[in-house]
Ligand binder design. Structure first.
Ligand code: 0RA
Length: 659
């Protein structure tokens, strides 16, 4: 049947068919240009990078087919990108039905994708796998160069339409494909590639495709020796090394030296999972379907979690450990300190969820679950000492969870009982409309006092925080409810943590302010306090960040004064400009005040510079990338010093503080 169809297509070569197909191809490319978001997600920075991932996908397919060992991605000087592989090369022979080179078909026909012969791993519904023709349609220029059968073939396109024929430009003794494309500036709102973004994806792809060398080179910059930044990503151990990398990057100490690593296949679904436990209290789980990161998880992740809970619970019960320890175990307890990567390959994945980042195929759950169950049972049997450590950890997690639940109840119940329930230190605003109301969380009682004098009482509330708040990254949850400053934040904000199906969720229905502004001194201690407060919001009140309610105030660093004229400055460059504009130079004439802390400003100055909505600068806290934010908080607030020092040294130049 399948063969019949192909034969029929190959022989249908009459002219009307040919031109009709051409029109269809053009319509296809036009559709991509009209609604690029439908094909590549967006036309911002994300979409721009997506073009590269799309081209890489084809080369990785060659690797999966066993024909490609090295892929080189080059960011060219003009922000065009070249992806070069040593695969078999895109076929260049005549496509019988369309009467043109297969190369042209692959590059110009939507969904031809170059994968005529393997429909198996075509991704539908997700954002990848739309094919290199989409990239072509969205590029002002694309050039394909194919080394195959001893010859070099090239063709060039503009907006997906060929501008040359397929030309033979020379001889070659290698095979492979080089795609160079320049994203169309009339489509994309951002045109500059980020080395870091591409490096992160290539690193991930190296772990997901062990044995494949992935090189990234940036021609836009060079060092003193004239050499361009270049990195090659390669993993021999695949996911096993991936979980080790994640824990190392997060500065986490592992419980057992070697991760559990499983591979299996059933009904055409390939499963690969690696996981290990560390001494932290967090779960870090990354999941992939056909090399695509599934940020919202899905059936593969459910299968993994089900297996972990099932096997560990059975093991503990068989040894009567939970009853002896007098704890009631919940599935959450098996997730504390767990780092895992779950990667599956599914022939026809269905993606759902808000960002299409969740796998929907129900059959995958039991396939992953069975695979992981087996491996974990064997692991526990073979490593009794590790099993004992794991069980101790699970029991501790259950105890801590129960303590946290009680402590939370105490704090949250007390609020209801004590009338207004608002903290004594809070100077509330008169407005009761959360959308119009703001709260300043201010470092120290003295600056808090100044802010209370300087504010607009109608809509600005002030909550002074004493000194450094608790580092929640290192504290068990129940400890945070014993902390005065944290308790005050819960009550002042009017939010509560509730348990739904064993998960903790933040209820923000009664949130009292839609702007929560952290205001600290512009010095090292102040920055530390901002980080501590952000860590608290990230770990326990993340929806407030996700909804865009969290801001950081920016007090000025200098006041430059001459006579009655004064200019506030937020950095050294502005200061120098202010000095010049007031007719002074660095040696004097002009008065320069350097503000080390909020306390050096009077109420009026604080209002003018930092609190007046008309003139203040607020920085909104956002989460661009959950995984790297998670890793950064762990690393900044955790135990390991070297990664923290490296981060501070690398990022000090962005910090707007006086050291
Ligand atoms: C179709 C068939 C074959 C290879 C490819 C496409 C192919 C596509 C791309 C895109 C970028 N690099 C690529 N490398 C290969 C197999 C051809 C054969 O059987 O030799």
């Amino acid at each position: 049947m399948e063969n019949d169809k192909i034969n029929e297509e190959e022989t249908a070569t009459n002219n009307s068919q040919y031109s009709a197909d051409n029109i269809t191809a053009l319509e296809g490319l036009e559709a991509v240009r009209l609604r690029p978001g439908m094909y590549i997600g967006s036309t911002d920075e994300k979409g721009l990078h997506h073009l590269v991932y799309e081209v890489l996908d084809n080369s990785i397919d060659e690797h999966l087919a066993g024909h490609c060992s090295h892929i080189v991605t080059v960011i060219n000087e003009d922000n065009s990108v070249s992806v070069k592989d040593n695969g078999r090369g895109i076929p260049t022979g005549m496509h019988k039905k369309l009467q043109k080179s297969a190369l042209e078909v692959v590059m110009t026909v939507l969904h031809a994708g170059g994968k005529f012969d393997k429909q198996t791993y075509q991704v539908s519904g997700g954002l990848h796998g739309v094919g290199v023709s989409c990239v072509n349609a969205l590029s002002s220029m694309l050039r394909a160069e194919v080394h195959r059968e001893g010859q070099i073939f090239t063709q060039t396109y503009s907006k997906g339409i060929p501008t040359t024929s397929v030309d033979i430009i020379g001889d070659t003794d290698i095979t492979g494909t080089i795609i160079t494309f320049r994203p169309d500036p009339t489509i994309f709102t951002e045109l500059e590639y980020s080395y870091e973004t591409l490096a992160k994806r290539l690193r991930e792809l190296a772990y997901l495709n062990k044995g494949l060398h992935l090189t990234l080179q940036d021609m836009r910059t060079s060092d003193e020796k004239g050499e361009h930044p270049t990195e090659t990503f390669f993993s021999e151990g695949g996911l096993l090394e991936f979980v080790q990398h994640i824990d190392k990057q997060n500065g986490r100490e592992v419980l057992v030296d070697v991760p559990v690593h499983v591979r299996g296949e059933q009904d055409n679904v390939q499963v690969e999972v690696a996981f290990q436990y560390n001494r932290s209290y967090r779960e870090t789980l990354r999941s992939y379907v056909n090399n695509i990161n599934t940020v919202e998880g899905g059936t593969h992740v459910n299968g993994f979690r089900r297996a972990i809970s099932h096997v560990l619970k059975k093991y503990g019960e068989s040894k009567d450990l939970f009853a002896k320890a007098k704890v009631k175990i919940s599935s959450e307890d098996f997730r504390e300190g767990l780092t895992a990567v779950v990667a599956v390959k599914v022939p026809e994945p269905q993606f759902k969820g808000q960002t299409k980042g969740e796998l929907g195929n129900p059959e995958v759950t039991s396939i992953v679950s069975a695979c992981v169950r087996n491996a974990l049972e064997i692991f526990l049997e073979e490593n009794p000492a590790a099993a004992k450590m794991l069980m101790d950890k699970v029991i501790l997690a259950a105890k801590a969870r129960s303590a946290a639940s009680k402590a939370r109840e105490m704090v949250q119940r007390k609020n209801v009982l004590t009338g207004s329930g608002l903290p004594g230190k809070l100077a509330d605003c008169s407005s009761k409309d959360p959308e119009k109301s703001e709260i300043y969380l201010v470092e120290g009682d003295s600056a808090g006092g100044t802010a209370k004098q300087g504010r607009d009482r109608e809509f600005q509330a002030i909550l002074p925080l004493r000194g450094k708040i608790l580092n929640v990254e290192k504290a068990l949850e129940y400890k945070i409810y014993e902390n005065e400053e944290i308790k005050n934040m819960f009550t002042a904000l009017g939010v509560r943590i509730e348990e739904k199906d064993g998960e903790r969720v933040l209820n923000i229905e009664k949130l009292r302010y839609h702007k929560i502004i952290i205001m600290c001194d512009a010095d090292v201690d102040g920055s530390h306090i901002v980080t501590l407060i952000l860590t608290f919001f990230f770990r326990y009140m993340r929806p407030l960040i996700e909804n865009g309610y969290i801001y950081i105030a920016a007090p000025p660093l200098y006041q430059v004064k001459k006579g009655k004229r004064s200019i506030y400055c937020w950095n050294d460059a502005d200061r120098d400009q202010a000095i010049a504009s007031l007719g002074g130079d660095k040696t004097g004439n002009v008065g320069i005040q350097r503000y080390k802390g909020l306390g050096e400003m009077n109420a009026e100055q604080l209002w003018e510079t930092t609190m007046d909505p008309v003139s203040r600068t607020l920085r909104q806290a956002t989460i661009e990338d959950f995984e790297s934010a998670d890793a950064t908080f762990s690393m900044l607030m955790g135990d390991e010093v070297p990664p923290r020092r490296a981060f501070i040294e690398a990022n000090a130049k962005y910090a707007n503080v006086i050291i």
